[in-house]
Design a protein around this ligand. Structure first.
Ligand code: AR6
Length: 187
């Protein structure tokens, strides 16, 4: 994996990488799901295609009620090289005054808490909500990175690396600038 950027936080680090998240052999990949957990377009579609139909079957069986916006659920990774998938539901952008930042932070926080509760060290996440859901990437990046930094700064966490898998050069540039500007959560 050729990293584009890396920053230490506590005993771990946040990494930025450009590419397809479905290729990453980490403990947990985070999915940008919808609240029906029904699969869809974007990274969700890519994850379901790569995992195979058993992923949708597991979601329907274990979480028939779906998952609220701002939360996440964990499944196996099936045919993916990762071990688990945390299906996080980010908010749809509705202009910025509808609590979108808090819901986005909560989606990352819940997914990372599930990874930590399962003893995981390595997580990869996409830029949740900035595709189909229309959240501006320049506003989402600091929220996503702050949530990752807070999870790595938790005393006793098993988390060691959180890799953001960015799909475009533009998104990678935005996340790189936001990572440089990120306040140190342990300072
Ligand atoms: N690896 C990493 N990032 C990716 C990949 C990939 N393989 N494919 C796309 N992206 P989106 P959302 C990027 O639309 O905005 C679905 O229909 C993409 O370029 O996947 O949270 C769900 O079912 C963008 O930067 O997720 C929901 O209904 C980022 O992933 C809805 O879309 C997120 O874009 C969720 O919308």
């Amino acid at each position: 994996m050729t990293l584009a950027a890396e920053r230490s936080v506590g005993a771990g680090s946040i990494r930025l990488w450009r590419g397809d998240i479905t290729r990453l052999a980490v403990d947990v990949i985070v999915n940008a799901a919808n609240s029906q957990l029904a699969g869809g377009r974007g990274v969700d579609g890519a994850i379901h295609r790569a995992a195979g139909p058993a992923l949708l079957h597991e979601l329907r069986t274990r979480y028939p009620q779906g998952c609220p916006t701002g939360a996440a659920v964990l499944t196996g990774a099936h045919a993916l090289p990762a071990r688990w998938v945390a299906h996080a539901v980010g908010p749809r952008w509705i202009g910025g005054d509808g609590g979108e930042d808090a819901l986005l932070a909560s989606a990352y926080r819940t997914a990372l808490a599930l990874a930590a509760a399962n003893g995981c060290a390595t997580v990869a996440a996409p830029s949740i909500s900035t595709g189909v859901y229309g959240f501006p990437v320049g506003r989402a990046a600091p929220v996503a990175l702050a949530a990752a930094a807070a999870a790595l700064a938790e005393p006793g966490t098993p988390l060691r690396t959180i890799t953001f898998a960015l799909f475009s050069a533009e998104d990678l540039a935005v996340y790189t600038a936001a990572l440089t500007a990120l306040p140190d959560p342990t300072a």
